[in-house]
Design a protein around this ligand. Structure first.
Ligand SMILES: *Cc1c(COP(=O)(O)O)cnc(C)c1O
Length: 397
């Protein structure tokens, strides 16, 4: 099919839940993508922070092909080697004790919410526990995850939300303290807010919430679905703050392209869930887990974290130059290879900037209503940053 046939067929049959760009992507190589007409794009979106290792990584592809030929799916009523290995690897790098594999980020959040509620139920037998979430957060589109997503626009038509959710202001400890009562079972937030506009947690906020949780016996759920898996220069962003969550959610780059997410917890919390409490047909199947195992292996082998630290310093410098150069670029925010440029949208139309980038062969996503988001594959080089900057400047001109 040519591009027009692909678009026409898709528009005729898919739900219209996205305003898609008039581009059909066909294949990828390293940090570049190619559309159905053969046009090349440098990719600073990575399928929304997913393809950390870049496209067409031979060792990763070979591992998946080998697993496809062996066994793609069985049932969680049996054991399988990729799931055992993936569980060992992800608990080791996160410092958590146990993991439950899901198929997506939103399901990881659902599991985290259920785990927090069950843990609290075992302590006091009550079934009206509350969770504190943050304004401008994003945790996913299923009903539980949507309920803790602090964005009225996403929630409005789908009410009623699950009860007992309260919203505090991100990076405002006092606003969290105000909402805590003896029904509070968990506090959930992203270590770096993604969709909300790329806001890293302030150290005093995350440390303060951790302390509050310890004092009151509340569980801290950190959502690292977007900022985790090396994106910020450490395997998980919380490492940089010297705190650890009680429950952690991961997805996006966990499988580097194959749908797999997870929620993890420390032992005392994890044991609250017993057979019959939670399950999934596909979650943690051999193919998904083989992807996670290989991805984690390649992170070490290719020194991905070192590359993130090195290249992100360069990216920050280049983005700071753009802030200095263009009046309507308000500021840069971010951590590692998760960066945002806030645009004064009264002066510059963000949609037009992104469209001009695509014309120039650069893929970028937005975050919130006024931020250009930079979440490239974690294997990018300084030369790739230069290519991106040249194309971005052309789009800004
Ligand atoms: C993307 C995202 C989710 C939802 O993940 P899906 O796989 O799209 O369900 C949840 N939390 C954060 C922080 C995310 O960035």
């Amino acid at each position: 099919m040519n591009t027009q046939e692909i678009i026409t067929t898709a528009e005729e049959h898919l739900f219209h839940t996205y305003n898609r760009y008039q581009i059909s992507l066909d294949r990828g190589e390293g940090v570049h993508l190619y559309d159905a007409d053969g046009k090349e794009y440098v990719d600073f979106g990575a399928g929304i922070a997913v393809f950390a290792l870049g496209y067409n990584n031979k060792e990763y592809n070979d591992a998946l092909k080998a697993q496809i030929d062996k066994l793609i799916h069985t049932s969680n009523y049996f054991y399988n080697e990729p799931a055992a290995k993936a569980a060992k690897a992800i608990t080791e790098v996160s410092g958590m004790d146990r993991v439950f594999f899901t198929n997506s980020g939103t399901e990881a959040i659902e599991g985290a919410i259920k785990l927090a509620k069950k843990y609290a139920y075992l302590k006091d037998d009550s079934t009206d526990h509350e969770i504190i979430a943050m304004q401008h957060s994003f945790h996913g589109r299923s009903m539980g995850a949507l309920a803790v997503t602090g964005n009225r626009h996403y929630q409005e038509a789908f009410g009623p939300m699950i009860p007992g959710i309260k919203f505090a202001q991100y990076n405002n400890l006092a606003s969290v303290e105000e909402l805590v009562n003896d029904k509070t079972c968990a506090i959930i937030f992203e270590t770096v807010q993604g969709e909300g506009g790329i806001y890293p947690a302030k150290p005093e906020f995350i440390k303060g919430v951790r302390k509050l949780c310890d004092e009151k016996g509340i569980l801290l759920i950190l959502d690292e679905i977007q900022c985790g898996m090396g994106r910020t220069g450490t395997m998980f962003a919380y490492e940089q703050y010297g705190v650890k969550p009680d429950i952690l959610t991961v997805a996006k780059a966990l499988g580097c392209g194959v749908p797999v997410g997870a929620f993890l917890a420390r032992e005392e919390v994890a044991k609250a869930l017993v057979p019959g409490d939670h399950g999934t047909t596909y979650g943690g199947n051999p193919l998904a887990c083989a992807a996670a195992v290989k991805a984690l292996e390649l992170f070490k082998k290719q020194n991905v974290l070192d590359n993130v630290k090195k290249v992100s310093a360069y990216l920050e410098k280049k983005l700071d130059e753009i802030v200095a150069e263009y009046d309507y670029v308000v500021e840069r925010r971010g951590l590692g290879l998760m960066q945002g440029l806030e645009i004064n949208t009264d002066v510059k139309d963000l949609k037009k900037v992104i469209a001009a980038c695509l014309d120039n062969g650069l893929i970028l996503f937005t975050a919130g209503t006024n931020v250009i988001r930079f979440v490239p594959p974690l294997v990018i080089s300084e030369a790739d940053v230069d290519e991106m900057i040249t194309k971005l400047k052309k789009a800004l001109a």
